[in-house]
Design a binder for this molecule. Structure first.
Ligand code: DGL
Length: 360
């Protein structure tokens, strides 16, 4: 008899679990996702003197509530709430802003009632903020960074449709686990590869050669690939207890360049230095001694390239083993700076840091 009782109990338990799963699936299928919009400023929040002002406008003037109100269609695709985290033009975005933003994003995503986050942002440094968050957000939930190339007051402003597409993506199960995304111009790009390729046009964001992840078409994100590099929950970086980030700077190379910039950055306290070399990260003869001397002082040197596409190969244009330098792989200089900054919160070992550049 006890066998029968326990079998009945087991069956009842299975039935309960099945009913809960069905209810959850039904709820998930039926309910709108909860998406929080964190506003930081930029052109998407910009305003111009006339409807044809597309340059010479003022960025960061329109508040998050007005941005949400201007796109009533958002309410049909998500339960949207807004927070004004900053109100700045993104050329002024800094390490302190990133630490505040990362903390707020992680706090919100830890809540079961938050399904995704959209960050409205100036386009000038959107790729840097997105990559920083790609390395420090500790959730698989979607984080979508979005901007605009025309101010909110312009004819055919791209902000409203970009914001709508960003909220759609942030609320989509298909975007879970894809890392931080940049959604602009109906396209979905990965934070690691996306970069601004044009100073003024609405199709400016591209992932040169390695390509975008997908499109937003007919009110739905369509993914065709995913990044192979680790991100978000799979990274070793944790900024939750940090008040500052190590000083890391970039020195740009060009014909006839001398050591002045490198020496000045080291004197100003750089703990890491990204050299934006010509070609495959080549080191001009006049700069090499300054970089070696910086290394001897403990500054970690990363060889990147100003070219913007392709791999900077280790021991190619310089003997990195001998110089004890790191190479940036395919990261552009501004993103190499971010990874080096986070790497230096963990280690000073160039071997370990090179591993990180091949991992993230
Ligand atoms: N000041 C620039 C910025 O905030 C305007 C460019 C833009 O947001 O599109 O990034």
């Amino acid at each position: 008899m006890s066998y029968l009782k326990s079998a009945r109990a087991l069956l009842a338990l299975f039935g309960l679990v099945a009913a809960m799963a069905a209810a959850q699936a039904q709820t998930a299928a039926g309910k709108l996702p909860n998406v929080t919009i964190l506003a930081t400023g930029g052109t998407i929040a910009g305003s111009g003197a006339t409807t044809t002002t597309t340059v010479g406008y003022t960025a960061a003037t329109v508040g998050v509530d007005a941005l949400i109100k201007a796109v009533p269609e958002l309410q049909k695709v998500a339960h949207v709430s807004g927070e004004q985290v900053f109100q700045i033009a993104s050329e002024n975005m800094g390490n302190d802003n990133w630490l505040v933003l990362a903390r707020r994003v992680n706090a919100l995503l830890a809540r079961p009632d938050v399904d995704g986050i959209v960050i409205t942002h100036g386009t000038d440094t959107i790729e840097e903020t997105a990559y920083f968050l790609n390395l420090v957000v500790k959730s698989r939930k979607p984080v979508v960074v979005v901007g605009a190339m025309r101010p909110s007051t312009a004819i055919s402003a791209d902000g409203p449709i970009n914001l709508y597409n960003a909220v759609l993506t942030a609320g989509s199960q298909d975007a879970v686990g894809k890392g931080v995304l940049v959604v602009m111009n109906d396209q979905i790009n990965a934070a690691r590869e996306v970069t601004k390729t044009n100073t003024t046009t609405t199709d400016t964001f591209k992932s040169p050669e390695l390509g975008m992840l997908g499109y937003i078409v007919d009110n739905k994100p369509h993914f065709y690939r995913a990044s192979t590099r680790k991100h978000t929950v799979d990274t070793e970086f944790d900024v939750s207890k940090l008040d500052t980030l190590p000083q890391v700077d970039i020195a740009y190379a060009y014909a006839n360049v001398g050591p002045a910039a490198v020496n000045a950055l080291v004197a100003a306290g750089a703990r890491g230095l990204v050299h934006a070399g010509v070609g495959d990260g080549s080191l001009p003869a006049k700069v090499r001694p300054a970089l070696s001397s910086a290394r001897e002082k403990g500054v970690v040197i990363v060889r990147a390239s100003r070219v913007g596409q392709g791999i900077v190969a280790r021991n190619g244009e310089a003997n990195d083993d001998q110089l004890d330098f790191v190479v940036a792989d395919t990261l552009n200089p501004q993103k190499a700076r971010i990874l080096l900054m986070l790497a230096l919160t963990r280690t000073g070992s160039t071997k370990e840091i090179q591993r990180m550049f091949y991992t993230y």
